[in-house]
Design a protein around this ligand. Structure first.
Ligand code: ADP
Ligand code: MG
Length: 602
């Protein structure tokens, strides 16, 4: 007697559901895709309790005959492909014939459908994959899929579901992607009876995008490249950016995908115009000949494989760069043009950099002035020699960095020679050269200050003279509501004003001069990426790091000699002064030896 069994159909479906139906948002995605494939022009999504209790997607698409409706919940039943060759020429969103049987096997499903040209139709009830009822039904042409109690018969999966807020935020992201991808379809999306989106059918992609992400259309630049691979859509100017790539939307032949090659190409186009670790808004539609892209590499179809990735990279890079070039010219200020915003001239010379940093700190941080010997005179460039364009130099009096009682910290002991690219402070120490990133340095100081206060109490906060109102989207609203208490601890006082509006009443003193709205947006983004399991300390650290970034002086901002001096002193007063809170270096040392090596003298 053998020990190998053929698995029963329902078990196979449940296994497939493990891949296709990861969470409520995956159900929403599959159902909307089916409605789009059925050529619906209106899709209504009703969700209760983050999709745990109910997900209902109703459309005015072509509907199904009774025969088809019964087949649709069978495994590998699809109207979209017939033979192998079809697999390489797919123009629909679905094709695997897996979604409905998978969903039906792990939920209580009611499918109601009326086919085109008919006034009556069919209603089918399935529970945990078992067909319970097939009856006549009436109503308008189209299909309604009602999924109740997802994972009711798979306790392990049920346990993995996150809070209503989290699940809802995933569903909102899914609906958002679909709505961006199909502006001509009217979308209505309700959660627990309240309307979240009501998006009229529109020919205009830009207005659909702006409605969804609440961004001014003036901040988006059109992208348009027509070649074998066409790239169209919108990207943001470099000054509108986010701390994550969450708002980089890529659609390949109408399908939302996460693709490393495309993401990389987008970032490459922004490399010289945007601060590191910031990401643009992007809504890019790639039209690739179906022959050149394999969409059948992932059960949830969120990944694709391109036949020629170089070609894709080149097209996306060219399209986005071209759009940005036009934008730079339009802005006229030259501020964003390549090369002046940041300098690539001083790169970390080698990977031993960290070691040298620790060594430098270890050697000097606790020393006093006598151990240094005389502080060398500033090495000024020859008189009469004009500074290069975009650079500014000014000498500081030697020995200015000396602290009280003759104890000089490492940073205070540096002789400041000037600044380059408006961002890097150039210093010498003996015969060595030291470059300091003013933003990273400032950020680290602010971060340590915020953290130090936390150890005692809440950071000193200051009531805003005019409270700021911030508009968020529904899932962001949920997040901010959940974390209100934590934010109060971090010194941010806010109040839910109703709807998706918050009023910011107070922020930590160190932030009062800065863009409060931008800060709240960044904080929400940070919260969205936080795991529920994170400790309060981790959460606070991440919030403080975000706040520090906001309070810090920017690369490119002017700093006068006194401010530089104060910054160096501040650096001496904190721990971890070698890197900013995001891990980027605060300063780079080049020893005389290394400089000589560069000039071939060694
Ligand atoms: P796939 O979309 O991969 O074909 P599904 O399991 O999602 O597989 O759906 C099976 C079939 O059911 C589809 O091929 C389609 O013919 C039919 N179907 C599903 N949803 C709808 C709908 N909303 N309107 C009309 N037909 C539908
Ligand atoms: Mg489908």
């Amino acid at each position: 007697m053998g020990i190998i069994n053929l698995l029963p159909e329902n078990l196979i479906n449940q296994i497939a559901a493990g891949e296709v139906v990861e969470r409520p948002a995956s159900v929403v995605k599959e159902l909307i895709e089916n409605s789009i494939d059925a050529e619906a022009t209106e899709i209504i999504i009703d969700v209760e309790d983050g999709g745990r209790r109910l997900i209902r997607v109703s459309d005015n698409g072509c509907g199904m005959s009774r025969e088809d409706a019964l087949l649709s919940i069978q495994r590998h039943a699809t109207s979209k492909i017939r033979e192998v060759s079809d697999l390489f020429n797919i123009s629909t969103l679905g094709f695997r014939g897996e979604a409905l049987p998978s969903i039906a096997s792990v939920s209580k499903l009611r499918l109601t459908t009326v086919p085109k040209g008919s006034t009556f139709g069919t209603s089918i009830r399935v529970e945990g994959g078992k067909e319970l009822e097939v009856i006549d039904s009436g109503g308008p042409v189209g299909t309604s899929m009602e999924v109740r109690e997802l994972f009711f018969n798979t306790p392990a999966r049920l346990k993995f579901m996150k809070s209503t807020t989290t699940e809802m935020s995933h569903i909102t992201s899914t609906v958002t992607r679909m709505a961006i991808s199909y502006p001509y379809i009217r979308f209505i999306y309700n959660h627990n009876g309240s309307q979240i989106y009501n998006l009229p059918s529109s020919k205009d992609l830009l207005s659909r995008i702006c409605k969804l992400i609440r961004e001014d259309d003036k901040n988006l630049i059109e992208v348009s490249l027509n070649s074998k691979i066409s790239v169209s859509g919108y990207v943001s100017g470099p000054e509108i950016n986010r701390p994550t790539q969450r708002e980089t939307y890529i659609f390949v032949n109408g399908r939302f995908v996460r693709d490393r090659v495309v993401l990389h190409a987008v970032m490459d186009a922004y490399r010289t115009v945007m601060e590191k670790d910031r990401y643009p808004l992007a809504f890019l539609f790639l039209d690739v000949p179906p022959m050149d892209v394999d969409v059948n590499v992932h059960p949830a179809k969120t990944e694709v494989r391109f036949r020629n990735t170089d070609e894709i990279h080149r097209a996306v890079y060219a399209a986005v760069s071209e759009a940005l070039k036009g934008w730079t010219a339009r802005k006229g200020s030259g501020q964003w043009s390549v090369g002046t915003g940041r300098s690539d001239e001083f790169q970390t010379p080698d990977s031993n950099y960290q070691d040298r940093v620790s060594e430098a700190i270890g050697k000097y941080a606790t020393s006093n002035s006598s151990a240094f010997g005389p502080i060398p005179s500033p090495t000024l460039y020859p008189s009469g020699h004009k500074p290069l364009k975009g650079r500014e130099f000014f000498p500081l009096h030697q020995g200015e960095g000396q602290g009280e009682g003759g104890v000089v910290g490492f940073f205070s002991s540096l002789t400041v020679l000037g600044r380059v690219s408006g961002t890097y402070i150039i210093c010498s120490r003996g015969n060595d050269l030291c470059l300091i990133d003013q933003h990273a340095a400032h950020e680290r100081v602010a971060f340590e200050r915020l953290k130090a206060i936390r150890n005692d109490s809440t950071p000193a906060s200051q009531t805003l003279l005019i409270p700021e109102t911030v508009e968020l989207n529904p899932s962001e609203t949920g997040l901010l509501k959940d974390y209100t208490e934590v934010l109060t601890k971090a010194g941010i006082e806010l109040e839910h004003f109703g709807g998706n509006t918050f009023v910011i009443k107070a922020v930590p003193t160190i932030l009062t001069r800065k863009d409060v709205k931008g800060l709240i947006k960044d904080i929400v983004d940070e919260l969205a990426h936080m795991e529920r399991s994170q400790s309060l300390k981790e959460i606070m650290d991440r919030l403080f790091s975000r706040m520090a970034c906001h309070s810090a002086i920017e690369g490119g901002d002017y700093m006068d000699p006194a401010e530089i001096k104060a910054l160096l002193r501040d650096l001496d007063s904190i721990d971890f002064s070698s890197n900013c809170p995001h891990g980027r270096p605060v300063f780079v040392m080049l020893s005389q030896f290394e400089i000589e090596k560069m000039f071939g003298r060694r």
